[in-house]
Design a protein around this ligand. Structure first.
Ligand code: IPD
Length: 265
């Protein structure tokens, strides 16, 4: 039986190596390989190459595990562990040269089904800043040797991170939702990488994050970081984070934010 700490060691090594590869490709110049759900939803050649690297490394180290990646899809394993991977979260930032993108790797117990898995280990690595956020279940969330803890929100209100996704039809409702959140927000941040938004909640750099329309690979690792930093992560009321909604913050602010949001199950 492999421990969560062992899985975290593997995720950490592969995140560092794949992050260096992505950074190298960024220096050489970014090629947009295709668009996905919308014209703004791009995939670069580096997304594909980096995911292929991560997948090959995991297959070598952990041949019985399943895999679920943004660019190459899902494959069931036999061990009960599945790796959930976003090779470059924040691809638009990556393409524009904004230094807020990350490799996100999580090991979960269960299948590629957000509703049923338990995350065991997670790493979010920003190769530009060199910051590597990590957590193993039960072992706390860490940035280097600094143990992370979610913030307490003061009377100025919460610093709230969010995102708007790529589907233009959702933008109007998302802006209406944001206007409902503003009375409890001191300000808003749109960082452009869900995994870094969640890592920022864990580190107390923002007080909360919410977004509708994300995918499992965007939040698998980051959600564990928040939980291990003492925060709460949810989706539809009482439910798990999912495509309909992801909310993350310290427990008190969570209960103020959740009633202001719309949910899709
Ligand atoms: C996207 C980013 C973005 C969020 C989108 C995600 P990608 O991931 O995390 O911040 O708003 O919903 O899809 O496409 O850059 O891997």
């Amino acid at each position: 039986m492999t421990s969560a700490a062992d899985l975290l060691d593997i995720a950490t090594r592969i995140a560092r190596e794949s992050g260096e590869l992505a950074l190298q490709r960024r220096r050489e110049g970014v090629t947009v390989a295709a668009t996905k759900s919308a014209a703004a939803d791009i995939v670069t050649a580096a997304d594909r190459e980096v995911e292929a690297f991560i997948r090959a490394e995991l297959a070598r180290e952990r041949p019985g595990d399943g895999f679920f990646g943004e660019e190459s899809g899902a494959e069931a394993g036999t061990s009960g562990i599945t790796w959930v991977v976003d090779p470059i979260d924040g691809t638009v930032n990556y393409a524009y040269g904004i230094p807020a993108w990350a490799v996100s790797i999580a090991a979960v117990e269960g299948t590629a089904e957000t509703a049923s898995w338990t995350a065991l280990a997670g790493v979010v690595f920003n190769p530009v800043t060199g910051e590597l956020f990590c957590a193993a279940r039960g072992g706390g969330a860490w940035l280097g040797d600094q143990r992370l803890s979610v913030s307490d929100v003061g009377e100025a209100g919460g610093l709230v991170a969010t995102g708007f996704g790529y589907n233009p039809e959702t933008h109007g409702p998302a802006l209406a939702q944001l206007s409902r959140v503003m009375p409890i927000a001191r300000d808003v941040r749109r960082i452009g990488a869900a995994s870094l938004d969640l890592a920022s909640v864990a580190a107390g750099r923002v007080d909360a994050y919410y977004e509708r329309g994300t995918h499992p690979w965007d939040h698998a690792a980051g959600a564990l970081l928040v939980e291990e930093a003492g925060g709460r992560v949810g989706g539809a009321p009482g439910g798990r984070p999912g495509n309909g909604m992801v909310i993350a913050s310290g427990p008190d602010f969570f209960s103020r934010l959740e009633p202001l949001l719309d949910f899709e199950r």
